[in-house]
Every structure is written in structure tokens, then in C-alpha cells.
Design a protein around this ligand. Structure first.
Ligand code: SF4
Ligand code: SF4
Length: 559
């Protein structure tokens, strides 16, 4: 399986702490192409990568440099990934190694250790790129129809924009939104315009009953006093991210991130204020109660523009990253059906075997962990890849006690990125013998990975999961609790101090909590003096167990 490694120096920021050429030396023996650029997003880089893919027949790619989150949140990074996929590399065979936020910026003073850690993270990305299965993708023309939840001033303005551009809009309100629209003193004319528009529909006193699908192709059922109304829409706009009833109902069917007050959170309040982690679900950016009209119109415009950008393309591609089933192993026990919070699993009446409804599956991995016979696996985080990654990290040539960090992609991973900024403030990093491994959800953490980590020689295991009520997959964090508490008993039976396994509740921006948890863990396993600058953070202890070769710039030579 020809592998290409494309690394970025991130404009010198990685070189300042890591010998990148040395870090790439090991993986270059198995890669068909290793190429290093000053900046992966510089002009000409994408064309160079595509030429390599075509000339070398690459079908696995590791992108080395910025955070994995950068590849989903940045428009330019997203575009580069899309370009690589369009050149023929499967979505699931593009892996990333975060050498910026989780190596160079956090280990600025230990070049040798940072380089060794970087080499391990690159090897893990190579494992992921070459051993993960492929996922199917389907393309479709996005529906130019939008469901707006909540009839607010912003909803009316955004709807007016979309109607002017030829979209169909359904406005659903928990109260009498159509009455409110025409009674609003400030936006009465806009309300009347939208209400009278032939492509606008108002649904009053509505609640969301059900939903499935993805960007460009959502199906939503609304309960109304006149019965159930079904809508087939390309996108969903949450006009009031602080209206927690809508947020809760959306979260029962789709992945929506929330803040401490239960409000829907945007992808990035500065750069992508109207987008959420689900590319088909938008929010009107929140402002204060006293926002003036100009600010409210600007927020509505941002939301309308975000929808327009997503739904105006001729085709959107959806990668079917789901839980897979080995029918030769499935015994039809329905454990997966009981576990899946999104109702995506069912037992087929004829065969008696489990099936996955792709339109509902959010690839959280909880069913994989719950299956008693190992009939399930997650295409984006397969079991074999997880185990091999644990062993690869255990082999990292770094001094001192080693700690592996299982980082939930929704909270722990971005918190580890955020810690890079806190380190600048507090003036000290954390040991490079902390080796991070991203998992899609706390619910994907199999006790086997923890046991494998201790068996492979790790001195400590830290698991970072979302706070209660914040899990993107609703209850992945709580499911993990049950398994891990049982695991404590097993650890003690094997003579392993179960304090060396720590669960940390964290949210995505809490770099300080992340750093404090590492201070405490390394103090426990030895060899690290905590910084006094991290007072006040909270690490949640586990509860008592229940019984039971490269070129220097774009266009350089391939090795
Ligand atoms: S948990 Fe496993 S064995 Fe049981 S029905 Fe689901 S896939 Fe089949
Ligand atoms: S991966 Fe998650 S959403 Fe998909 S079927 Fe399994 S438990 Fe349900």
C-alpha cells in the first residue's frame, strides 16, 4: 500500500523544537514518498502532492504538521484534504500527525525528546493511513431547502436572504412564530415579506421528534398540534442557540456541541461563528440581549452566508464513516441496539443479525465496545489500528516515566491543543514522555487499550473525556465510566496501582485543566515537578470500583 508522507515545517515553528528530518527518518523506510514543505498551504503545494499521488500510485497519505482539528475547521486545510481525496486517496486513508500544538509548542526546550516523540506520532499516522479500511463515499446535489428552528428577528432576516436566493425555507417555532413574525415592531415588514413568500412555510408549536441524514440531505420529523410533519432539507439553522429545548432535541439525533449552559456552540466563535461540528447544521451567532439592530442583521447574514456556502455547490460528498458488522460473528444479542444513543442499530427480523442505519450512525464507536463477541468495528478507528498505535507509542524513545493520553476528539484533543497557549503563559511545558492518542469519543475507549498500555510498559494512563451533558455522542462519557470502574478491579488483581489510571473531565478550551492533570499524573508516576501556575483546575478521580529524506521547500525532491 504505497504511502506518502507530506510534512510541514509550519513556517519554522516545528523546526524550532523538532529535528523534522530526523523524526521522519524511520517512516521514510516504508513510505514511497516523503516530502517536507515550509508550509503545506503555500501556493503550489497541493499540485505537488497530487503529482506524487499520481506518479507513485499512493493510496495512503499522512499529513504531518498542524492539529487534526485544523484539517476539519480551516477552509484551506479542508480544501487540501478534498483535493487529495479527489486524486483517489480514500477519506479513511488520510491520517494526520500533530507536531505543532502537541509537540513543538509544548516541548520547546527538549529537542531530542521532542524529536523522538514526533517520530512516534508520525509512525502512528502511518499505521492509521495504511491499515485502516476504506470508507464508501456518496455524492449528491444538496437540497436548497432549509429548516429554521425558532422564529426570531435573525431567523426572519436570514430567511429573507435565502428566499431571495431561491431557497425554500421552513420556519418552525415552539410558540406562535407566524404571529410573532408580523407583530414584531422592529422587523414587521421583513416578517410580512417572509410570511407571504410562496417558498416559505411557518410551522407553529412544533417540537422535533426525529431526524437523520447529513449535509445536503436531512430528514426531520416535527410534532405539531395538527400531526407529524416531515421535512426533507439540505441544512438546518438554529436561530437561537440558547433555546435549549431545540438544542436537546437536535442533540438526540445529530452531533451538536454545547457549552456549560447547554447552548449550541459554534465551531469557532471568531473564524466560523455560524458553523457547528456538523457541517449541515448552522447557528445564528449569539450576541448579548442589548445587541443593536445592525449587530443582529450581521449575525443573520453570517448564518445565511454559511448556509449558502454549504448548499450552493453542485455536489456534496458524504463519507460513510460508520460502525461495521462481521455477520459471521454477530449472534444477535442486541447489546449494540441498547447501547446506541442515536437509534442507528437494529436487529434484522429475517436474519436475526444486527444492522446499522447509516443515516443515523455518528461513528461514536460505543457499539463496538459493547459487542461481547467483537463483531463490531469502527471504520475510522479500527481495533487493530488502536492496539498497534498503543504499542507504537510505548516504543517511543523518550526518557522518564511514560504516560499515554487517550484524548476524546470532542474535548481532550482540542484541550491538549489549547494547552500550547497556556504553556507560553506559565513558562514550562510537560514531559515529552506524555504520548497522546486521539479517540473519536470516550465511548470508543475499550478497556483492552488500557490493559495493553500497561502491558506495553506505560507507567500511567490518562483518559480525557467530555463533562457530563457535553458529550457529542450524548452518553459516551458515562458508558466509559461503567467499563473503566470494572477495569480497576482487573488492574488491582494484576498488581497495578489503579491510581495510575486517571479519568479527566474536560472541555475543549481548558488547556489549564489539561496541564494540571499532567502535573498530577507525572508527580504520581515520578519525575516531574508540577508548576504552581496551574492551581484551581479540577481533575476527577475515578470512583471506587463496583464489584465486578526530505526537501526543504515546496517542489523539493522526493525520497
Ligand atoms: S452486540 Fe455484537 S453480537 Fe450483539 S447484536 Fe450487536 S453486533 Fe451482534
Ligand atoms: S458507532 Fe455509535 S452511532 Fe454508530 S451504530 Fe455504533 S453506537 Fe450507534
Amino acid at each position: 500500500m504505497p504511502l506518502g508522507i507530506f510534512a510541514s515545517r509550519c513556517a519554522g515553528r516545528i523546526d524550532s523544537a523538532v529535528d523534522l528530518d530526523e523524526a521522519l527518518r524511520g517512516v521514510s523506510e516504508q513510505a514511497a514518498v516523503v516530502r517536507v514543505f515550509e508550509d503545506l498551504f503555500a501556493p503550489g503545494v497541493a499540485a505537488r502532492i497530487i503529482t506524487d499521488i499520481e506518479n507513485e500510485g499512493l493510496d495512503a497519505v499522512a499529513l504531518v504538521g498542524p492539529s487534526a482539528d485544523h484539517w476539519t475547521r480551516s477552509v484551506s486545510a479542508h480544501h487540501l484534504r478534498d483535493t487529495i481525496e479527489a486524486a483517489g486517496v480514500n477519506h479513511n486513508r488520510i491520517a494526520t500527525a500533530n507536531l505543532l500544538e502537541q509537540v513543538a509548542l509544548v516541548h520547546p526546550d527538549d529537542r531530542q525528546a521532542a524529536t523522538a516523540k514526533a517520530a512516534s506520532l508520525i509512525n502512528v499516522a502511518a499505521i492509521r493511513a495504511t491499515r485502516a479500511g476504506t470508507v464508501e463515499a456518496s455524492g449528491s446535489t444538496p437540497l436548497r431547502t432549509v429548516l429554521v428552528l425558532g422564529v426570531t428577528s435573525e431567523a426572519l432576516v436570514a430567511s429573507q436572504r435565502l428566499l431571495q436566493l431561491g431557497f425554500e425555507v421552513t420556519l418552525a417555532d415552539r410558540g406562535d412564530g407566524s404571529v410573532t413574525a408580523t407583530n414584531r415592531r422592529d422587523l414587521r415588514a421583513t416578517g410580512a415579506w417572509v410570511l407571504d413568500h410562496p417558498s416559505a412555510t411557518f410551522i407553529d408549536r412544533a417540537e422535533m421528534l426525529d431526524g437523520d441524514g447529513w449535509l445536503g440531505d436531512f430528514r426531520v420529523k416535527l410534532a405539531t398540534p395538527d400531526g407529524v410533519v416531515e421535512k426533507h432539507v439540505g441544512g438546518i439553522l438554529l436561530a437561537r442557540p440558547d433555546q435549549t429545548e431545540w438544542v436537546s432535541e437536535l442533540r438526540a439525533h445529530f452531533r451538536v456541541d454545547v457549552d456549560d449552559d447547554g447552548r449550541a456552540r459554534s465551531l469557532d466563535p471568531v473564524r466560523h461563528p455560524a458553523e457547528t461540528i456538523d457541517p449541515g447544521i448552522m447557528v445564528v451567532p449569539l450576541r448579548g440581549q442589548d445587541a443593536i439592530e445592525r449587530e443582529r442583521v450581521a449575525a443573520a447574514d453570517a448564518a445565511a452566508m454559511a448556509i449558502l456556502l454549504r448548499l450552493s455547490s453542485d455536489e456534496v460528498t458524504h463519507s460513510h464513516d460508520v460502525s461495521s458488522i462481521d455477520e459471521t460473528l454477530c449472534g444477535g444479542c442486541a447489546s449494540c441496539v441498547r447501547t446506541c444513543a442515536f437509534g442507528a442499530c437494529y436487529i434484522d427480523a429475517e436474519t436475526g443479525l444486527s444492522h446499522v442505519e447509516e443515516r443515523r450512525c455518528r461513528a461514536c464507536g460505543k457499539c463496538v465496545v459493547s459487542c461481547p463477541v467483537g463483531a463490531r468495528d469502527l471504520l475510522s478507528a479500527p481495533h487493530d489500528v488502536m492496539v498497534a498505535s498503543v504499542h507504537e507509542l510505548a516504543a517511543a524513545e523518550v526518557d522518564g516515566p511514560k504516560v499515554i493520553g487517550f484524548l476524546c476528539g470532542g474535548c481532550g484533543y482540542p484541550a491538549a491543543d489549547a494547552a500550547a497557549e497556556d504553556i507560553v503563559e506559565r513558562g514550562s511545558g510537560y514531559p515529552a514522555s506524555f504520548l497522546p492518542l486521539r479517540i473519536p469519543c470516550g465511548g470508543r475507549l475499550d478497556a483492552i487499550y488500557v490493559l495493553e498500555a500497561f502491558r506495553a510498559g506505560f507507567d500511567g494512563v490518562s483518559v480525557y473525556r467530555c463533562r457530563e451533558g457535553h458529550c457529542h455522542n450524548l452518553i459516551g462519557n458515562l458508558d466509559m465510566d461503567r467499563r473503566i470502574n470494572l477495569l480497576r478491579t482487573v488492574l488491582r488483581a494484576r498488581g497495578i496501582d489503579d491510581a495510575r489510571l486517571r479519568i479527566v473531565d474536560i472541555s475543549s478550551a481548558e488547556g489549564d485543566v489539561f496541564l494540571k492533570s499532567l502535573d498530577e499524573m507525572f508527580e504520581l508516576v515520578g519525575g516531574h515537578v508540577p508548576s504552581s501556575a496551574t492551581q484551581g483546575a479540577t481533575v476527577v478521580p475515578l470512583t471506587s470500583p463496583e464489584p465486578a529524506s526530505s526537501a526543504a521547500a515546496a517542489g523539493g525532491d522526493a525520497s
